[in-house]
Design a protein around this ligand. Structure first.
Ligand code: ZN
Length: 349
């Protein structure tokens, strides 16, 4: 009798499994399972104007992780923006297990007014004011909306950047060390899967989720393995740079078992353990004497500063041995501007 009852139970048609997430909504974009939806995140008006941040939700045909990919916090880092546009066009919901949230252009005012580094509405960098605040200026409110609608709802986040209008940059990723071994191992594997072979180790980012400053850090301090990657430089879109970022995201999706296949992860990356920033201590004209990616020795000349009549004011030299991660791409130089970022390579131990 027992055997018969068990058999009957086994033969009964299983109830169809209920999809716990038949739809996924971000802002005005609602995607049903297996669909791609277009919409906006509304940043409400406050002490200054509100605006809309464009968003696409790709709710894959099968369940899986939620991956958010953002770019355009600096709205003139064009290659990274185009990389996300490429993802919007090329990722098919039928091929995806999980959900992709794509924010190609966070800083719309910067894009529209060709303003590097900041949001021209309030003159704030849009990657320094997280987790944001509903009562602050436009950048604070936009950061708050992104924290609530995107960061708190995703499992992982990739923030894409690149050389801004005045930065001649070689591609690299950042790997953030939070101190949580399991999370750091996970994010390290994501960075290696992404595929850029120069990786900056960020060990000094804020640990407080209420004062996270950066977008990636807002996700990382909330326990979500995440990272930042940069490619592209100085205005014109090099399609190769955009494609590297786009392909990198697809590699990470495959690594997370969201679909597709992983290209070979980076095996022997160059780990950069420190960034030395050379800031101008006077106004002038800057002329680089090395290109991006140059390997320079301590004391080597990397550029010169002249006055507006070509009279030399300063030889700019490397304070340490390292790699030129980016160097100023334009002559305009005001006191405090960055002339170069030099990556100091982690010694083999
Ligand atoms: Zn940026």
């Amino acid at each position: 009798m027992i055997a018969a009852a068990t058999l009957a139970l086994a033969c009964a048609a299983p109830a169809p499994a209920q999809d716990p997430h038949p739809a996924f909504t971000v802002g005005t974009a609602t995607a049903q399972r297996g669909q791609k939806a277009y919409g906006v995140l509304r940043v409400p008006p406050g002490s200054d104007a509100g605006y809309d941040i464009p968003v696409v939700v790709i709710h894959g045909a099968r369940p899986g992780p939620v991956l958010a990919v953002a770019s355009g916090a600096h709205g003139t880092e064009y290659a990274s923006i185009i990389a996300v546009e490429m993802l919007i066009d090329s990722v098919k919901p039928d091929d995806v297990a999980g959900t992709l949230i794509l924010l190609p252009l966070i800083n719309v005012p910067s894009f529209e007014r060709l303003t590097p580094h900041v949001n021209p509405t309030d003159n704030k960098s849009m990657n320094r004011y997280y987790p944001g605040s509903p009562g602050g200026t436009q950048t604070d409110r936009a950061s708050y909306v992104i924290t609530k609608e995107v960061v708190e709802r995703c499992d992982h986040l990739i923030d894409l950047h690149g050389g801004d209008l005045d930065e001649n940059l070689r591609p690299y990723s950042y790997w953030t060390v939070t101190g949580n071994q399991k999370q750091d191992d996970f994010s390290r594997e994501m960075v290696l899967a992404f595929g850029l072979d120069h990786i900056i180790i960020s060990a000094d980012r804020p640990k407080d989720p209420a004062a996270s400053r950066f977008l990636e850090n807002t996700a990382s301090t909330r326990g979500k393995p995440s990272f930042t990657a940069e490619a592209g430089r100085s205005g014109p879109v090099d399609v190769t740079d955009a494609a590297r970022l786009s392909a990198g995201v697809k590699n990470v999706m495959a690594h997370l078992k969201m679909g597709g296949s992983v290209a070979a992860p980076v095996r022997n990356p160059i780990w950069v353990e420190k960034i030395v920033t050379l800031a101008a201590d006077r106004d002038g004209m800057f002329q680089p004497t090395v290109d991006r990616d140059a390997h320079v020795a301590k004391g080597a000349r990397i550029g010169v500063v002249t006055d507006y009549l070509s009279r030399p004011l300063q030889d700019v030299t490397a304070p340490e041995d390292g790699i030129i991660m980016f160097i100023r791409a334009v002559p305009s130089l005001k006191k405090g501007d960055t002339m170069a970022n030099i990556g100091v390579v982690k010694a083999a131990r």
